[in-house]
Design a protein around this ligand. Structure first.
Ligand code: NAD
Length: 541
């Protein structure tokens, strides 16, 4: 393209559709769900724009109906992964010098494809693959992914516009180069939007990417890849490989051209990746960027002045939407004695009214947890709680994996604020409550701060501004996303940039400019218009 300081469309959040009974979107998504449920698909690797099928395969099933097969995916060999590196580096030669407006055009087109022709498909795929109800699928795989794409384009132009001062004698320019090498994007099962965003944000900034989706999200990852291809992402710019995570990571991180990792997932896996990078540090051509958003043990702390109904609603939604499998999900609550009776009554009533089952039945608020190992882990914590003294289960406590991996939303009340389920990330529909003495507010805030290694999200409820202020101060480092009188989940791109510190990650805030800065390496160019011809300064006389 040509001369002009192009302006991109102003990013606005994609409106969330209602899917109310009788709405056209509800009919369309259900029809698509049924068609996709019956069809069997193949998911090949995507390397250099080509579909690659290998000898080793695995099947994909809905978590709520695990005997049903949705299709097959192919597993990469070491050689495939090496090909993905080569092809990405080859693609880099053209992609890194592509004018930014062309990259913007591709990803804005991807957003528009998701908002329109692919909306029902990406939502139905997420309902099937990750067992999300339609509302959870819509706010994730449609709206959040669209928002990531549109807002990142705008942020990219804002970054490019950041330029240093110049004088009449010298012109200073900063060029925001992509990193030299390739980026490795590793994505989790729980958000289709994150799966799309981690490779796309790096590619938008001019990088080439090898993307490894979670084995439990490959079915909806395929739809993302289809959108990228239709939007015009050139061959080799985003390559998708699936299979053994350790082999894939070892191969990619052994390459001298590895220049960054964009990870979201659990803390243990991220620490292993960091260590792997450290072990290889002498081999790299450039210091790799390490961006990781990891686990959480997110809290709600209520003050005695808070409204019990509001607190109970935040607990019901914050802990149990998407079966508690959001990194931001509330999993430990601190409630003062004086309001506990009311909070408990409202919460238990809400939980009794939840329906659990497949996402296809839209009356279901709760669906299945992601896979058998997650189911077994959650069941074992629930069984242990049934045995432990000082602990009472006041809601749920049952589970059944005969057809799908269903765990009843469970509330544990503990007299020990350091009980294992107050500290450990379980990543499921299990909430633990500690009831504290009303007059121990400050002490309780310190307890909240010191109980877990994580610092992702947290919420405080109070009608007293002094109490709120105390919570804001004492919990300063306890959460990267802190909520006042609201549940700790539901961050929106452009409004609440998301991420946490401590064991929760590098806090590079997905859905903000901060994240995009990690995928560029600025080059300063100073041009002097009339170069000096005498080394002597005036002070030399
Ligand atoms: P996970 O750590 O099991 O998997 C994440 C990714 O890492 C997957 O692609 C997986 O295949 C890969 N992986 C697994 N072992 C690996 C290895 N040895 N080397 C390289 N890659 C490997 O996490 P998950 O179960 O998919 O997701 C849930 C976790 O993600 C929770 O801990 C949750 O808190 C976290 N999460 C955090 C955020 C955030 O923004 N902080 C967002 C979503 C999820």
């Amino acid at each position: 393209m040509g001369n002009g300081f192009f302006e991109v469309p102003i990013a606005v959040n994609e409106p969330v559709k209602s899917y109310a009974p009788g709405s056209p979107e509800r009919e369309e998504v259900l029809k698509t769900y049924k068609e996709m449920y019956k069809a069997k698909i193949d998911v090949p690797l995507f390397i250099n724009g080509k579909e690659v099928k290998t000898k080793e395969t695995a099947t994909m099933s809905p978590p709520h109906d695990h005997k049903h097969v949705l299709g097959t995916y192919y597993k990469a060999t070491k050689k495939n992964v090496e090909e993905a590196i080569e092809t990405a580096l080859e693609a880099r030669k053209k992609w890194a010098v592509m004018p930014w407006e062309q990259r913007a055009g591709i990803f804005l087109r991807a957003a528009e494809l998701l908002a329109g022709p692919y909306r029902a498909k990406i939502n139905a795929a997420t309902m099937l693959a990750q067992s999300k109800n339609i509302y959870q699928a819509e706010i994730d795989s449609a709206c959040e992914l669209i928002d990531f794409l549109r807002f990142n384009v705008q942020y990219m132009t804002e970054i490019y516009a950041e330029q240093p001062e110049s004088t009449s004698a010298a012109w200073n320019r900063i060029e925001y180069r992509p990193l030299e090498g390739f980026i490795y994007a590793i994505t989790p099962f729980n958000f289709t939007a994150i799966a799309g965003n981690l490779p796309a944000s790096a590619a938008l900034m001019g990088n080439v990417v090898v993307w490894k989706p979670s084995n439990a999200q490959i079915y909806s990852a395929k739809v993302i890849m289809d959108v990228f291809r239709e939007a015009g992402v050139p061959a080799g710019v985003i390559n998708m490989v699936m299979g053994d995570p350790a082999m894939i990571s070892d191969t990619l991180m052994a390459s001298p051209d590895f220049s960054g990792v964009h990870f979201t997932g659990s803390t243990g896996v991220f620490q292993g990746i960091w260590k792997n990078i450290g072990d290889n540090i002498k081999n790299y051509k450039t210091y790799p960027r390490i961006v990781g958003e990891t686990g959480g043990k997110d809290f709600i702390v209520a003050h005695k002045t808070s409204n019990p109904k509001q607190v109970a609603t935040a607990m019901a939604r914050g802990a149990f939407e998407y079966q508690g499998q959001k990194c931001s999900a509330a999993s430990r609550c601190y409630i003062p004695k004086s309001i506990w009776k009311d909070v408990k009554e409202y919460l238990v009533d809400d939980i009794r009214s939840f329906k659990m089952g497949t996402p296809e039945d839209m009356g279901n608020f709760i669906n299945a947890v992601i896979h058998e190992s997650s189911f077994d882990k959650l069941a074992s914590y629930i069984d242990q709680a049934k045995k432990d003294k000082n602990v009472e289960i006041i809601a749920g406590g049952n589970y059944d994996k005969s057809k799908g991996y269903f765990i009843e939303p469970t509330v544990i009340v503990t007299k020990d604020p350091k009980y294992t389920t107050m500290c450990t990330e379980l990543f499921g529909p299990v909430l633990t409550v500690y009831v504290y003495d009303d007059n121990k507010w400050e002490e309780t805030l310190h307890l909240v701060d010191e109980t877990s290694e994580y610092a992702l999200t947290g919420a405080v409820f109070s009608e007293d501004r002094y109490a709120l202020e105390e919570a804001v101060k004492i919990l300063e480092n306890a959460a990267g996303n802190f909520y006042i009188n609201d549940k700790p989940t539901g961050a929106v791109v452009g409004q609440q940039p998301f991420g946490g510190a401590r064991a929760s990650g590098t806090n590079d805030k997905a859905g903000s400019k901060q994240n995009l800065y990690r995928w560029i390496s600025p080059r300063m160019v100073k041009e002097t218009f009339v170069s000096p011809t005498d080394y002597r300064y005036p002070f030399l006389g």
